[in-house]
Design a protein around this ligand. Structure first.
Ligand code: GRG
Length: 294
């Protein structure tokens, strides 16, 4: 766990320093850079990037390219958290041990900073220092757009909010979580398949593994919300129950959900061993998901 966290931090520093290039004063400064930096450099784990980097290393993708793809993914992730915390969504005042962006600044600033981080992701992927072919860049942007929008993150978030205080089936909860959280993890793996030019069948398989990693990550997130310590998590826990969120815990309780997570982790590891060669770092990342306390 300690070694994994060390690696996570090393990569996080590299991604942050790449991102700073886009968000530091150049010839002109713009106010929105302030809340954007607050949202993106606020101590997130950058766990999604560890999936990109370990998967990318397996397929021999250049490290700088992996950092650039990770930077784009972290922008989308931070945008989604900023919007998720808004009063009209989850209405959370704290994130990563600090005031959430709309509390630190105000609501319209948080909306605009989130929008700007979303578009920054696409700016990053079209920069000339990202030395990928035009074909690969187009494919990455097309895939990331679908994964962030109505058929992915935003679509999943819509159901997350719509399902509050309703009785929701296991199938619908899992579908919602695969969209809200899984799709971005799917992109972490699929982006490597795109860069490597893997065939569609293999690309679909890697995406599916990523989505399941995301489902596991979200399930553990819900377990942490149920039982975790807010001082470690960086935000108040027990919020899902208060808000009447439709989670697997609301359906099955803590113990059965933990058992589900353990079985899901075992199945994901088995799939990785079957389809991905030399995947030790990737398997370490999956192990971390269940061990994590934050
Ligand atoms: C408004 C168009 C529109 C879209 C909003 C808000 C949103 C789209 C999607 C939300 C998706 C969401 C917040 C999912 C939760 C995923 C999750 C488990 C977040 C926590 O991730 P960590 O633990 O966070 O990786 P850190 O802080 O480490 O980065």
């Amino acid at each position: 766990m300690k070694t994994f966290l060390k690696k996570l931090n090393i990569n996080a520093t590299k991604i942050d320093s790449y991102l700073k290039k886009f968000l530091v004063k150049k010839e002109k400064s713009y106010f929105l850079q302030v809340p954007m930096k607050y949202g993106v450099f606020s101590g997130g784990k950058k766990f999604r990037s560890s999936i990109v980097i370990s998967m990318g290393k397996i397929y021999g993708i250049n490290f700088k390219k992996l950092i650039i793809i990770s930077a784009a993914i972290e922008c989308i992730h931070s945008y989604s958290l900023i919007h998720d915390d808004l009063p009209s969504m989850d209405n959370d005042d704290f994130r990563r041990g600090k005031l959430s962006v709309h509390k630190k600044f105000n609501e319209y600033t948080a909306i605009l900073a989130g929008n700007s981080l979303l578009t920054l992701a696409f700016e990053i992927l079209t920069e000339s220092d990202f030395k990928a072919s035009q074909k690969n860049k187009n494919e990455l942007i097309n895939t990331l757009s679908k994964c962030a929008g109505y058929s992915g993150l935003a679509g999943g978030q819509y159901f997350d909010l719509t399902y509050e205080n309703k009785i929701v089936s296991q199938k619908n909860i899992i579908e919602m979580q695969k969209k809200k959280t899984g799709e971005l993890f799917g992109f972490c793996c699929e982006s490597v398949a795109i860069m490597k030019g893997l065939n569609l069948k293999k690309r679909k398989k890697l995406k599916e593994i990523g989505i399941n990693i995301g489902l596991l990550f979200q399930t553990v997130d819900d377990l942490i919300d149920h039982k975790g310590k807010s001082s470690i998590v960086g935000k108040p826990t027990g919020r899902d129950k208060k808000k009447g969120k439709a989670t697997l815990i609301s359906l099955w309780g803590y113990k059965k959900t933990l058992d589900f997570a353990k079985i899901l982790k075992r199945d994901i590891c088995q799939e990785i061993k079957t389809y991905v060669p030399k995947a030790n770092d990737l398997l370490d990342s999956v192990e971390f998901i269940l061990e994590r306390k934050f």
